[in-house]
Write a protein that binds this ligand. Structure first.
Ligand code: CS2
Ligand code: MG
Length: 402
């Protein structure tokens, strides 16, 4: 099953996506998501200029060998651009294998371990009351788990507070918008938000919150401790995770479950966090972590240490990634939860797919391979528009994590 061609598509149906299509001599093709929000063209070039020439003539069924060839053969290892490119190739090769065997991918990686995949939605608001009302809308849609984000009183803009009800897209056309940040104001406000949410919804609803890398370890420990009475499902990205040891401080002070990993790209980024059991959920997903093959290895290490998966699923991960993630989620033993930020209707039209949502759960469907396609003609009507994620500065102007 020789690879005879590979093409990279960059389109912007409401936001930018990078998609790799690998074609075999038999006419069977596979898709991979290679979207890196705010740096899309870097991955598109890495694929087109450096990886595609290496794929032509190879056997598409040699998934593991091609992964190792692209990882070790580059000499320069790891990093978001390299691993998103390798992830796209890996995902496309699994798609090809599934189509060639007329089998959905989850059946190729161990079959279903559950009937469906529990997902969480993103509720947000400019005030605590607006956020409570937004959570209610998700509960009415049948979600059992909802992430709650709210503007911080006294700050002009805050991560996670989007435009519109069901969609949240942080990247904006043009140069990066600057937003002001105050950890003090944030820490003073968030406990009251969850006081209100628990009063409104009781203890059964899974509530999640994303700190988005903004606190120091001891500030994160303080926040985790203050939220303990509310039994969060998880507190996400409490502190920047380049220094994995920082999480020892958080673990020492609080029992609030911790989720980390959406910005990681190989198992090496999380191995200490997992082996020292400093986290409870690993957020890595297919597109940014080297594809299905590498994500399975990460989940296997996590399983040894009671760490469950909680794959990233924001709008900047295309339906190709979401489909692959759902096949992985359905099968992996130590599944925790899947993030599900709905895509826009125009995105769903560009990427017709078999996966479904019903009352808080999703399923990848039973089409061969991924069960997602790319409408190339429609994609071409949405040309790339350079966009950047915002940046954060403290009130005194010091650069901070967004
Ligand atoms: C967020 C993302 O979904 C999440 O948990 O952290 O929305 C993140 O901000 C975006 O994926 C960045 O592109
Ligand atoms: Mg996050």
């Amino acid at each position: 099953m020789k690879i005879v061609d590979a093409t990279v598509f960059v389109c912007c149906p409401g936001r930018n996506f990078v998609t790799l299509r690998i074609m075999t001599e038999d006419g069977v093709y596979g898709l991979g998501d290679a979207t890196l929000n705010g740096r899309e063209l870097a991955v598109a070039s890495y694929l087109t200029d450096h990886i595609v020439p290496l794929l032509i003539g190879r056997d598409a069924r040699r998934i593991e060998d091609i992964w190792q060839f692209l990882y070790k053969g580059a000499y320069w290892r790891r990093g978001p651009v390299t691993m998103a490119a390798i992830g796209a190739v890996d995902t496309a090769l699994w798609d090809i294998l599934g189509k060639a065997l007329n089998t959905p991918i989850y059946q190729l990686i161990g079959g279903a371990s559950r009937e469906a995949v529990m997902v969480y939605g993103h509720a947000n608001g400019s005030t605590a009351d607006e956020t409570i009302a937004a959570v209610k809308r998700y509960v009415d849609l049948g979600y059992l788990a909802v992430r709650a984000q709210c503007a911080v009183p006294g700050l002009a803009a805050t991560y996670g507070v989007g435009r519109g009800e069901l969609y949240y897209e942080p990247a904006e056309p043009g140069l990066p918008p600057e937003t002001p940040w105050s950890s003090e104001r944030y820490l003073a406000f968030v406990p009251s938000l969850f006081d209100g949410l628990r009063r409104e919804f009781g203890s059964a609803l899974h509530l999640l919150h994303d700190v988005h890398h903004r606190l120091t370890p001891i500030e994160a420990a303080r926040l985790g401790k203050s939220l303990e009475p509310h039994h969060l499902f998880w507190l996400e990205d409490p502190t920047p995770a380049e220094v994995q040891e920082s999480f020892r401080t958080i673990r020492r002070h609080t029992t609030t479950p911790i989720a980390v990993g959406e910005v990681f790209n190989t198992i090496y980024d999380c191995s200490r966090l997992v082996e020292e059991e400093l986290i409870d959920y690993i957020r890595m997903t297919v597109v940014h972590s080297g594809g299905i093959s590498h994500l399975r290895k990460i989940a296997a290490l996590a399983e040894l240490h009671h760490v469950r998966t909680g794959a990233h699923g924001a709008t900047d991960l295309s339906p190709v990634c979401l489909a692959a993630a759902l096949h992985f989620d359905l099968s992996v033993h130590n599944f925790g939860i899947q993030e599900y930020m709905r895509h826009t209707d125009e995105t769903d039209r560009v990427f017709p797919h078999a996966y479904t949502f019903e009352r808080g759960f999703m399923h990848p469907g039973n089409k061969p391979g991924l069960g997602v396609d790319l409408d190339e003609r429609l994609a071409a009507t949405f040309p790339y528009q350079r966009a950047y994620l915002p940046i954060n500065r403290k009130l005194d102007g010091t650069m901070h994590s967004w």
